[in-house]
Design a protein around this ligand. Structure first.
Ligand code: GLU
Length: 301
């Protein structure tokens, strides 16, 4: 008998505003991918950055998810409660020589796309400094279930990257890796705008001895002016009074063959139908999907 670990997936919104159609597509894809194999679906609020986070946005996100019929397993996980765990790992990485303090100012780096390793071997104090991870001169790669093989030369294309900002805020790249491991996430389903971040996360998993999750990146939704739908840029937010229409629309964006009358059903029925008909192979292999208007979908690669 082959025993495989049960599927554990997640949706991890940053509470910087209300959910938009792109977040709904990510929530829906991660939910259906987990529930279609009787897996767990967890919700993690990525509230690492208080200045950017709008009061009540997290609560609003959770209520909206409920209104769309999503039902998460376990308690909601809050990154704001994890500061101590992040600090322990940062100290460990510094002590092992895998990360270092960087006191370069933004102004000093303004002409550099890739960090020029100025502080790499200077053994500076971590006080009042950013912390960077050393990147090796190696290729990191993974096979995305939708986007296919993705390869990145970390040192050349990304460079030594920040895991803690000078102002004390923990960087997304570190928190996501620690929390995916802490929550036992073995399947990450999210937007393709994070494809480029994945090799950094795989490298951190390797440094910290965590297993690598399986990855699936859905296309990022952009508006007709080419802007990514995003919470912080005030993209039109979704409301539960159009839940059925929006769910069906998101299913179509995800390439699912939706029955004509599905839109007449309440959200819960739509989700149940979608769980039993979910086909991740039908998700368009595109990095971007342009949303022209509510009912016509144009895709570009
Ligand atoms: N917090 C990120 C966002 O709201 C998602 C992070 C992830 O899924 O890894 O876009």
């Amino acid at each position: 008998m082959v025993l495989t670990r049960p599927y554990v997936g997640r949706f991890a919104p940053t509470p910087s505003g209300a959910l938009h159609l792109g977040s709904l597509a990510a929530a829906l894809a991660s939910y259906l991918d987990a529930k279609s194999v009787a897996g767990k679906w967890l919700v993690r609020i990525e509230d690492l950055d208080p200045p950017r986070q709008i009061a009540e946005a997290a609560d609003n996100i959770l209520r909206t998810l409920e209104g769309f019929g999503f039902d998460w397993d376990d308690e909601v996980f809050w990154q704001s409660k994890r500061s101590d765990a992040y600090e322990v790992i940062i100290s460990k990485l510094i002590n092992n020589g895998l990360a270092y303090a960087c006191s370069c100012s933004r102004k000093q780096l303004v002409n550099n796309v890739i960090y020029p390793n100025t502080c790499r071997d200077k053994l500076k104090s971590a006080k009042d400094a950013a912390i960077r991870v050393r990147t090796p001169n190696l290729e990191y790669q993974f096979e995305d279930r939708v986007q296919g093989l993705f390869i990145q030369k970390l040192a050349e294309e990304v460079g030594d990257f920040i895991i803690k900002r000078r102002d004390g805020l923990i960087a997304y790249q570190l928190a996501v890796v620690l929390d995916d491991a802490e929550q036992g996430i073995n399947h990450v389903v999210r937007g393709a705008d994070l494809l480029d971040s994945t090799p950094r996360q795989i490298y951190l998993q390797e440094l910290l001895g965590f297993p690598m999750p399986n990855y699936l990146h859905i296309p990022t939704l952009v508006d007709s002016d080419g802007y990514k739908l995003s919470k912080s840029h005030c993209s039109p937010f979704i409301t539960t009074n159009k839940a059925s229409q929006l769910l069906v629309y998101a299913l179509q964006i995800l390439g699912q063959k939706v029955e004509k009358d599905l839109v007449l059903e309440p959200p819960l029925q739509i989700l149940n139908w979608a769980i039993s008909h979910w086909q991740s192979e039908s998700i368009p292999k595109k990095r971007i999907v342009i949303i022209e208007d509510k009912f016509s979908i144009t895709t570009v690669s």
